[in-house]
Design a protein around this ligand. Structure first.
Ligand code: URA
Length: 438
């Protein structure tokens, strides 16, 4: 019989549990035989004393095996991407068809947005008729047929991980590297991919606030994946200001289509190409430079847009969105502009404040089952380093309810810091990709 008290005491005193003990713990907790207070106590001990490499591997596999794993057969090599979450992060919408158009197989299972960051499934739900949840059979068939599929994951994907995450959320045990890594990698393993690219965001609008923290997480994710026999690499990317210009579910789909059409903001395009390049490297299709060149050519040659059309058709979405997304995805009818109160240069745009504001407009969840208003959005009229005159617009706000706008405005107002003299940041800091971990 599993002795939970000894298991906690061992970790409290800095000891190492056997694989069998780690497996039993996860199994017992998942089936409700261990009370939350004991599991929480162990989680806190891990926050202080960490996990050994062997414990981390076993814990991750036990989480992955707590539900059913997706399998695709040996003939497919699947490459997946995971972002740790940011504001305005619509990269999956571009990257999935782009990577598939480059000849890769991408089976993307997405979770809901966490906190002030949006989730891919909510963005795709803005497309009328689009099926955001596929059965595992449909998901597998579609990947085989067109090279890609995106689906909200079922409750059966690493269910023990979800149970641990909920407990961590209310016991101050989220910020622990081994717990974060096992949480992310277990879901990737259960999703069936052979290789992963991690987009680890860092900055004001990210889970990891500083570049060293982002780098440490990126290294830990790559090292854990490797120890489990999966190829992986990670980009540490800037998330101080939001990615791109638009934030809001329908608006982000429109911006993603703009990029697929060869337009759109440079930072979104750059990151999509760099991540696709890394995915090609992992699939053995060349060096990072070659991968990026293939991705760039596929994007500018229209191949990614054509694949997006196929992807829409396969999941029941409106194919016209690939031509004229604005006709298919109306934004909220009311508009207001937040304007600069003085002349100056935009020193910073706080991504977190923008994300919190959009959430309060109705674009993100404040409680678990809240129905979102997918049409609300904001557009950054100015980004870091751009000059403004008093009265110039900083932010275009598209809203549906005056009451919600009143809740959101304080967040938007504090997001912009104007400086009289802007200190141009170094090239490394201005580029969206800060570090690459192989
Ligand atoms: N995202 C996850 O999926 N898990 C964590 O623990 C933190 C961020």
């Amino acid at each position: 019989m599993f002795d939970m008290l000894s298991f906690i005491e061992l970790k409290r005193d800095g000891g190492e549990a056997s694989s069998g003990e780690v497996r039993s713990f996860v199994k017992e907790f998942a089936s409700g035989r261990i009370p939350d207070y004991q599991a929480a106590s162990w989680l806190m001990a891990v926050c202080f004393n960490g996990l050994s490499e062997a414990e981390l591997r076993e814990f991750t596999l036990a989480l992955a095996d707590s539900g059913s794993r997706m399998t695709f057969g040996k003939d497919l090599f699947l490459v997946d991407k995971h972002s740790t979450g940011g504001v305005g992060d619509k990269i999956t919408l571009i990257l999935v068809p782009l990577a598939a158009a480059c000849g890769l197989s991408v089976a993307k299972l997405s979770g809901p947005g966490l906190g002030f960051t949006g989730g891919t499934v909510d963005k795709l739900a803005a497309l009328p008729g689009f099926r955001t949840h596929l059965t595992s059979g449909e998901f597998r068939d579609q990947v085989r047929r067109i090279g890609c599929a995106v689906s909200g994951h079922s409750e059966d994907l690493a269910p023990a991980e979800g149970k641990f995450y909920s407990l961590r959320d209310v016991t101050g045990t989220v910020p622990s590297l081994p717990l974060i890594c096992s949480s992310i990698v277990s879901k990737k393993i259960a999703g069936g991919a052979d290789a992963f690219v991690f987009d680890v965001k860092c900055g004001r609008g990210a889970f990891m606030k500083t570049r060293p923290e982002g780098k440490a997480l990126a290294e830990a994710l790559v090292s854990l994946s490797r120890s489990l026999g999966k190829k992986s690499s990670a980009l540490v990317t800037a998330m101080d200001q939001p990615l791109g210009e638009w934030i809001g579910n329908a608006a982000e789909v429109i911006e993603a289509v703009d990029v697929l059409q060869g337009r759109g903001p440079a930072d979104v395009r750059e990151l999509s190409v760099k991540l696709a390049g890394r995915m090609l490297v992992l699939a053995g299709k060349g060096t990072a430079e070659e991968g990026e060149r293939i991705a760039e050519d596929t994007l500018s040659g229209g191949g990614a847009l054509e694949k997006f059309r196929e992807f829409l058709q396969a999941q029941g979405g409106p194919v016209e969105a690939a031509e004229d997304p604005r006709a298919v995805l109306p934004l909220a009818g009311e508009t207001m502009f937040l304007r600069a109160e003085k002349d100056g240069t935009v020193d910073s745009v706080d991504a977190r404040a923008i994300g919190e504001g959009v959430k309060r407009l109705g674009g993100g969840r404040q409680s678990l089952h809240e129905v979102l208003d997918l049409s609300v959005a904001v557009r950054l009229c100015r980004k870091e380093g751009e000059g403004v005159r008093r009265g110039d617009p900083l932010l275009e706000i598209r809203y549906s309810s005056g009451e919600k706008l009143r809740e959101a405005l304080p967040w938007f107002s504090r997001a912009f810091v104007l400086a009289e003299k802007y200190e141009k940041k170094s090239t490394a800091e201005r580029s969206i990709v800060l570090e690459t971990i192989e």
